[in-house]
Design a binder for this molecule. Sequence first.
Ligand SMILES: Cc1cc2nc3c(=O)[nH]c(=O)nc-3n(C[C@H](O)[C@H](O)[C@H](O)COP(=O)(O)OP(=O)(O)OC[C@H]3O[C@@H](n4cnc5c(N)ncnc54)[C@H](O)[C@@H]3O)c2cc1C
Length: 395
Amino acid sequence: MDLQGKKITVIGAGIGGLTAALALKQRGASVHVLEQAEAIKEVGAGLQISPNGMAVLKALGVDGALKKRAVRADAVELRDYAAGRLVSRLDLGLISENGPLHPTEYYFVHRADLIDVLAEAVRAAGVKVLLLQQVETVVPGDRPKVMMANGAEMIVDLVVGADGLHSKMRPVLNGTVAPFFTRQTAWRATVPNTMAHPDVAQVHMGPKRHVVSYPLRGGELVNIVAVQEQVGWAEEGWHIPDDPANLQKTFKDFGGAVRRMLTEVSDVRKWGLFRHPVAPVWHKDHCVLLGDAAHPTLPFMAQGAVMAMEDAWVLGDALEKAEDFASGLAAYHARRVGRVTKVVDTASKNAWKYHLSNRPLRMAAHMGIRMASTLAPRKMMGQFDWIYLHDVTKE
Ligand SMILES: Cc1cc2nc3c(=O)[nH]c(=O)nc-3n(C[C@H](O)[C@H](O)[C@H](O)COP(=O)(O)OP(=O)(O)OC[C@H]3O[C@@H](n4cnc5c(N)ncnc54)[C@H](O)[C@@H]3O)c2cc1C
């Protein structure tokens, strides 16, 4: 389908929305983005961009700009919580899919830097990004209507709902389903890198808790995500401040580098981890969902933003290759739903592996991981080839 001149509204200037705006604009569409915030900004936090995400950024021509602001990851290290003893190290430098080894492109990036890179590219391409534009609802149809909280309305050819976890478009297509509280709470913070954190992602595994840490911005900062199993309720939302003392108290028996990291925390956000079903309906008439609006995921595979970027690319590609919107949106859904469902399920199953509370069981599990990563490191890493080595731009 020739997208030249087709009017497309993207709701949300987050990672998925900006990537979609760029992918659609590069194919000739007339795109504008509606963002409820007063500025395109991001909270201080890190993201891991695996090779499958870098493939999308490369196809859009923004990988070079991102690499200048990112840290290239050497490895993932699993460490025992008490003294930080190394249990296993999995090299990310070289990877293969039953063939010759080749270097990987696995990066750590500050969310604000990724958003900046995408926003600059989007504006340079001629996309209009309109701020302080809160969408109230959408009326699907051949010419869908976007209704704003300020009473304004607009009618376009296609509406892309990239409005995240609390999407306004998802319930229009799917109704509302209450999410399931996983009885896990997470904190996230960035701290100055006073502990000379290496260019690796470290997973510090303790009973019913784990901490993930990795460097950002040329190693200036360290990103921390700390997860605890708990029975009590915690609110879902990424911006709820908490007292750093609560984080420090919860992880006070963690030694090694974690102890140092946690003493550096002066500003921390806390949120409850919820499981949401993948949306049964992704598109109706000329309205379509992507990213967290369609399939929010737990953070344990670090793939939420990367899946949103993959969605965005495939949406542009599927529309360009289709004869009309209906077949293009159906093709987009068919190409994405299996993969994202598998990623969401894998993330849902992953946390317990780090959280064994029974000491002999934990020691045995750690021994197993150590032996597997020493004897068959490729096999250990290769279990995730289906995620990392898949390139949606070559589908
Ligand atoms: C602690 C943590 C760590 C993570 N780590 C990783 C990682 O390492 N790698 C990874 O790939 N993913 C990671 N993720 C997940 C990732 O951040 C999300 O999956 C991703 O941001 C989703 O992108 P999105 O564009 O769908 O939504 P969002 O980034 O949430 O963007 C939605 C946008 O829509 C706007 N909006 C919302 N409602 C409206 C409205 N009504 N009108 C107008 N605008 C609206 C919002 O203001 C926002 O700008 C992590 C998440 C968390 C919480």
